[in-house]
Design a protein around this ligand. Structure first.
Ligand SMILES: [Zn+2]
Ligand SMILES: [Zn+2]
Length: 815
């Protein structure tokens, strides 16, 4: 009697054995080709939910597959541990962020271990530990030395709820990416990384295999536009400035300018406002200050503004252009001034209608009869009402107007980017300290490398006040200048946690290295061969990490420019038709399913539930079905095989089962390679059914049975590693199945699909027979003539003609 499948028992047993044998530990002196399979490391927010497993289990299956294929596979795991969410959660619970984070790490590590992944835990990184953030600080110094880190006063995104500034990437349509609060703008002295230096390169994704939509999001985020900067003349008594600059991608519309709009914060506003407009203008500025960027840019909001009482000159036609202020123009973007071309811009059209400003057409739409426009015409067309440029098509006009402006010194062709430098200062406690010192005599002085790490003091009062908590920690703040020895003060802001995650994948490849951030083992593993994680990181982590590596490349620290050769984004798992959330109470925790049905069932179900890139809905009956399959498979493998020695069908049955087996190997291999995990599981289930049927019939020989069964186990091994290992042992193989070679299919057997060949005599059906699809005409005729029933009907007749319809029939014409 076979023992019952008991996943709890066998999973625990094999996990212990693998750990004891160091089965998945990897080294760099391995003759096999390397494969670096990386999963985005989890944030230490608490328990793992099924969404984490959805990111991690299928990527482990793929990494195991590469391992069986003969690669030396590094598949590491660690924890992204600094940052706001951990700190906020700790504050809420009244515990220290370090204690809270490490408690989460322990729990998450335990949960991850229960998954049975091939993580080499010797390589774990935890970003909030001094042995890690020492090097985060070191990278800051390197970026500073390279001129890529600088301090500047700038209007920044301030989250009033999180009490800190945010990077542009962390502001989602005007709201804080972490807490959802509306972001306001503030002027602050902050540290920036010069990511804009790499703007062009970050738009290129040469030689890397990334999803198209991520590439598009990154390109849009850089937001390169090629256009012309145009200078409008100012001639205001008592005002030094003699021009207002605007940027446009459509210089061909410049003759259509009927107003100029400045951002309310524009420094020229105070100087240019006429005395009688002062009160109105001040009022408007005060009102716009109360609004967030999101409110100002909202498409629903009616665009309003105020005329400030003065004019500039459009140099192309000498016309006076009234100057307005409107809060839909932001100082932080472009020049803070926009030329109003109402006939050819939707927003300007609405603005001109509202304030009764003229709307002259300067780009003629097709078939235009000089009539007024009902809406803005924003396409290209033919230039009209444009002086010497009349009749030029827009594309030519753009060049001609730009040439003319440049020749006269009234403008220049220029490229603008939406991308801004990466703001990395955070006025919060829980982050890596910025290793900088302010000396009254020497100014900004970097902490010498040998003094790293600048330790984050554990005894600081960490509750957010709007100012960096470290400011109030005297022992931390007060230091001596490394250059002159005078009393000096430390920088008290901490680094954006995205800095920590910009290089963690390098550290995995140099575990325990205490003399550098990484050593030459890193060169062996990097770049990452396959990186998997959520698409929500498109313009944050994935963008920053690319910048970071390009900067290191230019410093000569690494010899590659792209960290992740192939990127794959999995979808998300929902429950009860909705995204999982604690407040909805629909969070699926893997632990209960692991203890009830086993990690292998959870892994296989996550592979099966939907195409991985799409994601799907968790369903209890779905995982029960998977569990039943694994139980069937268990019985199938462990009950003895009874061969019917007298079966006449042995040859055909074996031919069939070998064909199916080779087809299965091919399909499973291709599906794993192409990350089509759900169809791969379906194929394995079908193969299980075929083997059950074959076993029932007992026609195939025991050696054929064993061959098929062993291959089923090998194909199952990445998905259900514990079950496959147990059954491998129970079928008297050497430990471990995970050190075997991935099965290969025989192409000739795979293509051996069969067809029914019809044999006719004078057009009448005489027989049917199964033949390989690849049969030739000669072979087909030969087979037809040898059939017993055909021979009978041919007796005493003469064959005058043989008609062959390929793949279908042979017709013998006789007399
Ligand atoms: Zn916030
Ligand atoms: Zn000094």
């Amino acid at each position: 009697m076979t023992a019952k499948y008991n996943p709890q028992e066998i999973e625990k047993k094999w996990q212990e054995r693998w750990a004891k044998d160091k089965l998945y530990e990897v080294t760099e002196d391995d003759p096999r080709p390397k494969w670096y399979a990386l999963t985005m490391f989890p944030y230490t927010s608490g328990d793992l939910h099924i969404g984490h497993w959805y990111a991690m289990a299928p990527s482990d299956v793929h990494a195991r597959f590469k391992r069986l294929q003969g690669y030396n596979v590094l598949h590491p795991m660690g924890f992204d541990a600094f940052g706001l969410p951990a700190e906020n959660a700790a504050i809420k619970r009244g515990i220290h962020p370090f204690a809270w984070t490490m408690q989460n790490v322990d729990n998450m590590r335990r949960q991850l271990k229960s998954m049975g992944a091939i993580y080499d835990w010797n390589r774990e990184v935890i970003t909030c530990q001094p042995e890690y953030y020492k090097w985060t600080e070191w990278f800051f110094l390197k970026l500073y030395e390279a001129g890529l880190a600088y301090r500047a006063k700038a209007p920044v995104n301030w989250c009033p709820h999180c009490q800190t500034v945010l990077a542009n990437e962390q502001v989602i349509e005007g709201f804080c990416e972490r807490c959802g609060a509306a972001v306001v703008r503030r002027d602050l002295e902050q540290w920036f990384f010069r990511i804009t230096k790499y703007a062009d390169e970050l738009m290129e994704h040469n030689g890397i295999d990334w999803p198209e939509r991520i590439k598009i999001m990154q390109r849009n985020w850089v937001g390169k536009s090629v256009g012309t900067e145009i200078s409008f003349a100012l001639d205001q008594p008592g005002v030094d400035e003699k021009e207002i600059k605007v940027f446009t991608t459509r210089p061909d519309t410049t003759f259509g300018v009927t107003f100029m709009v400045l951002a309310p914060e524009h420094p020229l506003v105070a100087k240019l406002t006429s005395p009688e407009k002062e009160a109105e203008v001040e009022n408007y500025i005060a009102q716009s200050r109360r609004q967030t960027e999101i409110e100002r840019l909202s498409t629903e909001k009616e665009k309003d503004g105020v005329f400030i009482g003065t004019y500039c000159i459009n140099r192309l036609n000498g016309e006076k252009v009234p100057i307005w202020i409107a809060d839909y123009v932001l100082l932080a973007y472009g020049t803070g001034a926009v030329m109003g071309v109402p006939a050819h811009d939707e927003r300007d059209f609405a603005f001109a209608k509202k304030y009764n400003l003229p709307i002259p057409v300067v780009i003629a739409p097709p078939d235009w009869q000089r009539e007024e426009l009902d809406e803005a015409y924003i396409e290209t067309g033919t230039m009209v009402n444009s002086g010497q440029f009349n009749g030029l098509p827009s594309q030519q006009g753009i060049e001609a107007v730009s040439d003319f402006l440049e020749k006269n010194g009234w403008g220049k062709r220029t490229v603008t980017y939406k991308l801004r430098d990466w703001l990395i200062s955070r006025q919060r406690y829980w982050g890596a300290p910025i290793p900088m010192i302010y000396c009254p005599d020497c100014g900004i002085v970097p902490v010498p490398e040998e003094d790293l790490p600048v330790l984050l003091p554990e005894d600081a009062e960490f509750k957010p006040t709007g100012e960096s908590p470290l400011k109030y920690h005297d022992q931390f703040v007060n230091t001596t200048c490394p250059r002159c020895g005078s009393p000096a003060k430390r920088e008290t802001d901490t680094m954006d946690t995205f800095m920590c995650s910009s290089w963690y994948f390098l550290r995995y490849a140099s575990p325990g290295c205490d003399s550098a951030a990484f050593d030459n083992r890193m060169q062996y593993w990097l770049p990452v061969d396959l990186y998997t994680g959520g698409a929500e990181h498109a313009v944050m982590h994935l963008f920053y990490a690319r910048f970071f590596i390009k900067a290191l490349r230019d410093m000569g620290l690494v010899d590659f420019g792209e960290p992740f050769t192939r990127l794959f984004n999995q979808g998300i798992i929902i429950a009860e038709k909705q995204k999982m959330s604690k407040s909805r109470g629909n969070v699926i925790t893997p632990d209960e399913y692991v203890s009830e049905l086993g990690a292998d069932a959870v892994r296989a179900y996550l592979m099966f539930v939907a195409p991985w890139e799409q994601g799907g809905e968790w369903n209890d009956s779905g995982i029960s079905g998977i569990s039943r399959w694994l139980n069937r498979l268990w019985k199938l493998v462990l009950t003895s095989y009874n061969w019917d020695k007298f079966s006449r069908d042995t040859a055909k049955a074996e031919r069939d089962i070998y064909r199916i087996a080779h087809q299965t190997i091919r399909k499973v291999t291709n599906d794993l390679e192409n990350i089509h995990f759900n169809t791969m599981i379906a194929i394995l289930m079908e193969f299980t059914n075929h083997l059950s049927k074959a076993k029932e019939l007992g026609a195939i020989t025991p050696s054929c049975w064993k061959w098929c069964r062993d291959n089923l186990l090998l194909l199952l091994a990445p998905t259900a590693p514990h079950l496959a290992e147990e059954l491998w042992q129970e079928t008297e193989h050497d430990y471990s199945i995970h050190n075997q070679r991935w099965p290969k299919w025989d192409e000739t057997l795979v293509s051996d699909e069969q067809i029914t060949l019809v044999v006719q005599v004078n057009g009448k059906l005489r027989d049917r027979t199964i033949v390989p699809v690849s049969i030739t005409e000669t072979e087909a005729k030969q087979i037809a003539l040898e059939r017993e029933r055909v021979k009978t009907s041919l007796k005493g007749k003469e064959i005058v003609k043989v008609i062959y319809v390929p793949g279908r029939l042979v017709n013998l014409v006789v007399r």
